[in-house]
Design a protein around this ligand. Sequence first.
Ligand code: SAM
Length: 200
Amino acid sequence: MFNPIPTPVLNRMRQLEAQDARDRQDGTGRLQRLRQIPPETGKFLAILAANAPAGNIIEIGTSAGYSTLWLALACRANGRTLATFEILPEKVKLATETFSQAGVSDVITLVYGDARQHLAGIADVAFCFLDAEKEVYGDCYDLVVPNLATGGLLVADNAISHGDAMRDVLDRALQDPRLDALIVPIGKGLLLGRRVTINN
Ligand SMILES: C[S@@+](CC[C@H](N)C(=O)[O-])C[C@H]1O[C@@H](n2cnc3c(N)ncnc32)[C@H](O)[C@@H]1O
């Protein structure tokens, strides 16, 4: 399904991977950097999203759209669409270029703004990738988990690289009776939670 990756998508992925690597080395400021997931995490997300139940596929924290491209591959393969949320206008501009160059704009709705203003209105979440500032993870968790479809997945990045900053959310997820949850040691570490009940 992801092999071969269509050339326009692969070309933009390679550009963004090179830009992200440069950003990490040349002292680019934290908010300007792309701070994107590594390719193995992207492929893992795509495989998970491709197997998500019926419902909405969403992403919190688009940056330049690298992780979104992986999710778009899953959506394209299954005739689905996704919505991705980004709070910084310069990142929205970059992501718009990404989706246009990669030829995937038709499967992506890019929403400019604080995701927390939108999440309460999204029911039946089949798959959510959370990759924003760690300070908003708690709010996003509270807004997304009650709306997960049965079998729906919440995946949050940096569970190992930023384990201390995510401690509260990690502890809550690992003890949440609504989820089967674990930490997956891929890339920077993913918190993976699967919704097991439909009540609250
Ligand atoms: C780590 S980067 C995302 C990287 C991206 N997922 C990827 O792998 O290509 C985090 C992004 O989340 C955005 N962000 C932070 N807080 C947000 C919020 N409350 N709503 C929407 N976007 C947010 C930041 O501006 C930044 O672009």
